[in-house]
Design a protein around this ligand. Structure first.
Ligand code: C2O
Ligand code: CU
Ligand code: CU
Length: 532
């Protein structure tokens, strides 16, 4: 198995077409071997020449998040072994994993060392990497083991992230700290001269519960598993009560919803609209203005905020506004508030209630400002005509039944590829996520929002349809979707059907698709697909 992916080989694969690739897939299809036999050794490959080498060590640590007792977390410590030190930013005051910054075209080798009392594996969310580098749960390594990742950054500039993807334990592992940002830059983006340095602010939004001793509390009783875990403490970049002092100028803010299950409806409290410049897969063609934006788990949005007309001393709050998530969410007090779910869900903050996310304080005069470019990027629109199946989308139905969350009626199982989960390499596929749009599946009591994610290359949303625009508080969220640009996660509300065009280029092997409500994912709302 070759880990080094150079451009010639990718093009060769493209031109050789499915025939050659399919043969390759037969010999390397991991499903034919046991998970153990497929475990990559701790040895780097000789033919891979990395520009950057880093090590990520997972271990139990105590970090000072609050005054008083330190919090026990599962910490990832990053170290640059080769390349610029700026590739890794550790934050020893939070549970967050280090931020990794790389440039498109760079080849990176990552040594993942597990010193935790559990098997783990890390996945690079949104990155287009070979199957064996993708952090499939079957590659989980035990305490004391090392996994060597080697890949080239093929993605365009954007705010990606990485997190644990351990079988049945992803929610718990991410909650404990195994997640961080993975920021990619490229020449196109750098030529734009967007705000950078202290004016380029990552904002990882998560919710947690802490006990009196400042210790993380996680519970996944029946209710949390059906709804997903909700915490009543909003954390930004791993910190409580986050305040950002800003200057009177423009900022680029990179929002990531790194929560297990909470969906945010983000808006500025002074009525300033949200100006979105980028989404999961990088810059949009031009900025889009929304009254508020819906941000589901794993989704990213970059916003442009200009404070140049503000007085020194002005305070602004980014809030999550009330909304109804439909279906069972209605039991949680309908339009938010402390409903039944709030109590049962282990938090004061019910899903869809109104709360503060972060505060901005305009605290100094800026000496210069940046102008938002009219054109940010050019995005090649995927064409239906180029899809292999323009008339017959691959439908994935989302449903919850009893104590399971299902995709096409199935739960996750390793080595369980079905006919409709095989995709020919180097094809473009029309797919749809159906959350009760046809039939009753997603409506009624069991209707829940599902942020659907596909590993591998970014996709484009073709259309979003809803069974009833007037149903279940749909109007409380409908202006907050932004389906333009490149996406890897798309929120599918109860009664909705979202149609996408998804490319399956370059790499054969297993890739996952799943709901990114991590409790749903662990409950089985996840499957492997095979590209061959
Ligand atoms: Cu964010 Cu399967 O991952
Ligand atoms: Cu992913
Ligand atoms: Cu879900």
């Amino acid at each position: 198995m070759k880990n080094n992916v150079n451009i010639q080989r990718r093009q060769l694969l493209k031109f050789a077409g499915a025939g050659v690739a399919a043969t390759a897939a037969l010999t390397t299809f991991p499903g034919l071997l046991s998970a153990k036999a497929m475990r990559v050794s701790g040895q780097p490959s000789l033919e891979f020449n990395p520009d950057v080498e880093i090590s990520l060590t997972e271990e139990v640590k105590y970090v000072p998040i609050f005054n008083g007792p330190q919090t026990r977390v599962w910490k990832v410590l990053g170290k640059v072994l080769k390349g610029e030190q700026s590739v890794i930013t550790n934050d020893d005051k939070s549970y967050l994993a280090p931020t990794i910054r790389l440039h498109k075209g760079q080849k990176v080798r990552i040594y993942l060392k597990n010193k935790l009392p559990s098997a783990t594996i890390l996945h690079w969310h949104g990155l287009h990497v070979p199957s064996k580098m993708d952090g499939n749960p079957m590659y989980a390594i035990a305490n004391g083991e090392t996994y060597v990742y080697e890949f080239e950054i093929l993605n365009r500039a954007g705010t990606y992230w990485y997190h644990a993807h351990t079988h049945g334990l992803t929610a718990k592992h991410v909650y404990s700290g195994l997640a961080g940002l993975f920021i990619v830059s490229d020449d196109e983006e750098q030529a734009l001269k967007l705000p950078d340095g202290e004016f380029d602010v990552p904002v990882v939004i998560q919710d947690r519960n802490f006990d009196q001793q400042n210790q993380l509390q996680y519970s996944n009783h029946m209710m949390q598993r059906m709804h997903g875990f909700l915490g009543d403490q909003i954390m930004i970049n791993g910190r409580p009560d986050f305040e950002l002092p800003v200057a009177t100028r423009a900022y680029r803010m990179r929002l990531l919803n790194g929560s297990n299950s909470r969906i945010y409806k983000l808006a500025w409290d002074d009525g300033t609209p949200m100006k979105v410049i980028a989404t999961d897969g990088g810059l949009l063609e031009r900025a889009e203005t929304l009254p508020y934006l819906m941000l589901a788990p794993a989704e990213r949005r970059e916003i442009w905020v200009d404070f140049s007309d503000k007085q020194i001393g002005t305070e602004l709050t980014l809030r999550s506004l009330e909304f109804s998530s439909g279906g069972m969410g209605m039991m949680g007090g309908g339009m938010g508030g402390r409903g039944m779910m709030g109590g049962v869900g282990g938090g004061e903050l019910a899903s869809g209630s109104d709360f503060s996310v972060l505060k901005v304080r305009v605290s100094k005069k800026a000496s210069s400002n940046d102008v938002l470019p009219k054109q940010l990027s050019q995005i090649k629109a995927l064409r239906l005509a180029d899809a292999e199946n323009p008339q017959s989308p691959r439908r994935i139905t989302l449903s919850m039944r009893h104590m399971s969350a299902l995709l096409n009626g199935r739960s996750y199982k390793m080595n369980d590829i079905r006919e409709d989960e095989i995709f020919p390499v180097n094809t473009l596929q029309l797919m749809e996520f159906d959350n009760g749009f046809h039939g009753m599946g997603g409506m009624g009591m069991m209707g829940m929002p599902h942020p659907m994610h596909l590993h591998g290359e970014q996709f484009q949303v073709v259309k979003r349809e809803v069974k009833s625009k007037s149903g279940r508080g749909y109007s409380s969220v409908s202006e907050g979707f932004l389906d333009k640009g490149w996406k890897d996660t798309v929120l599918v509300m109860p009664g909705e059907k979202v149609t996408i065009l998804k490319p399956f280029n370059d790499f054969t092997g297993l890739f996952m698709y799943h709901c990114h409500n991590l409790e749903h994912e662990d409950m089985g709302m996840m499957r492997d697909l095979l590209v061959k």
